[in-house]
Design a binder for this molecule. Structure first.
Ligand code: AMP
Length: 396
């Protein structure tokens, strides 16, 4: 009988899952998969450790329009039937927002859930789904230990100035501060830096997590010093559909002169802006790269222009720059974006090796580059698995 930890990453339209063996170190998943199309026509896919496709079973097909509360019991049934000889001892969840109090993962109880409910307005796209998944697991297996791993935790090492927003002090005291996100990804990358950079891992590194959501994190001694996202996952870099930081006067103008409500603005800023809004073609970088439309090229150029500018600002916050790491869907796969960003950083002494860059090699800077540039695939699930195993076994 093998004991295993279930990892769940519940988003608005997808549920990613993975099963990890309960082992110390960095175990590989026994299986991993995804239910995509949630809220519409959910589709199930899963693979074992060797990459073989695992079939759905009698508890499938998944109900159309089913939410996490209905799909998670089906997933748990599937896991039981496909993994006989395996016991799930704990479930770990990606939870986007942990507020200012949680600098580490925590065991979930009713009081914590009530606290995390209060943070839903700060992460309306993600937090409700993260919490729905926790409640759905508890409804099926109430005795199963569950652990919340927060995307905000990694940034709680930042000095106060990096977390302040220049609004009246009473608003800071009420929690309107820069929390930062993508912390599980940054945590994973930080753990791999010594392997790739040796002693330079302890230096000034900026990690560019460039996916559908995008942010930068400046690290010193592998701890977060500053990050581009702030109060919500809307700030900082331009993203697939999100605008990133904009002049707040634009919002006042749209409300006063175009009659937009807060709901209209929410839709505009979270769903209609970014790469999609600027290109009018797609939010997907691979689609934009393949497009002949000049607007698609302009969207890519703007994405890179703004990322390079923000990166320079974070290097200042960190007192210099020794290495840049690209990660997530765009960062790991899009040589064009990496080269456009690094060209703009040429004045800092950044220079790429074009062949290595095209190959998505790990080390992509030239031998003449003053700053090392790397591509490291991220792995948020393994961070959740390790923390969940550690916390759940500590309490048994
Ligand atoms: P993520 O949110 O990390 O899954 O990243 C999704 C983004 O990565 C989308 O914009 C994809 O188009 C982009 N992406 C993935 N693979 C490629 C590729 N080969 N070339 C360009 N963009 C890619």
């Amino acid at each position: 009988m093998t004991d295993a930890t279930l990892v769940l990453n519940a988003g608005s339209s997808s549920l990613k899952f993975a099963l990890y063996p309960n082992e110390d170190g960095s175990p590989s998943p026994i299986l991993h998969g995804k239910i995509a199309g949630i809220g519409n026509a959910p589709q199930f896919s899963a693979r074992d450790a060797k990459g073989n496709t695992l079939p759905p079973d009698a508890s499938m097909p998944l109900k159309p329009c089913a939410g996490h509360d209905e799909l998670i019991p089906q997933l748990l049934d599937w896991l039981q039937s496909h993994q006989s000889g395996l016991t799930i001892t704990a479930a770990g969840h990606r939870v986007v927002h942990g507020g200012r109090n949680h600098a580490t993962p925590v065991r979930i109880n009713q009081a914590l859930l009530a606290e995390l409910d209060l943070l839903v307005p700060l992460a309306p796209l993600h937090q409700p789904h993260n919490l729905a998944a926790i409640r759905a697991v508890a409804a099926v297996i109430p005795e199963l230990p569950q652990v919340a791993c927060f995307d905000t935790s990694f940034h709680r090492t930042q000095e106060r100035l990096a977390q302040l927003i220049p609004l009246p002090r009473k608003m800071t005291e009420a929690g309107i501060i820069r929390y930062g996100f993508h912390g599980l990804s940054y945590d994973y990358i930080a753990s791999t830096l010594p392997m790739h950079l040796g002693e330079r891992a302890q230096g000034r590194v900026i990690v560019a997590h460039l996916g559908n959501g995008a942010s930068l994190c400046a690290m010193n001694k592998r701890r977060s010093v500053a990050t581009s996202m702030g109060f919500t996952a809307l700030g900082g870099l331009m993203m697939g559909r999100r605008c990133g930081s904009i002049d707040p006067g634009v919002l006042l103008y749209l409300m006063d002169n175009q009659g937009m409500t807060t709901r209209d603005l929410e839709h505009l800023l979270y769903h209609e802006s970014g790469l999609l809004g600027v290109s009018g073609v797609s939010n997907d970088m691979a689609v934009l790269q393949a497009s002949d439309a000049p607007e698609a090229r302009e969207a890519i150029e703007l994405f890179c222009y703004r990322t390079a500018g923000e990166l320079t600002s974070l290097a200042t916050a960190n007192g210099g720059l020794d290495a840049i790491v690209f990660t997530a869907g765009i960062g790991e796969n899009c040589a064009l974006v990496r080269s456009l960003i690094c060209e703009r950083l040429g004045w800092l002494g950044v220079e790429l090796d074009p062949d290595a860059n095209i190959r998505n090699a790990t080390h992509i800077s030239s031998t003449a580059s003053k700053i090392e540039v790397l591509v490291i695939p991220t792995d948020e699930e393994s961070v959740i698995a390790r923390a969940t195993y550690r916390l759940s076994s500590a309490c048994t």
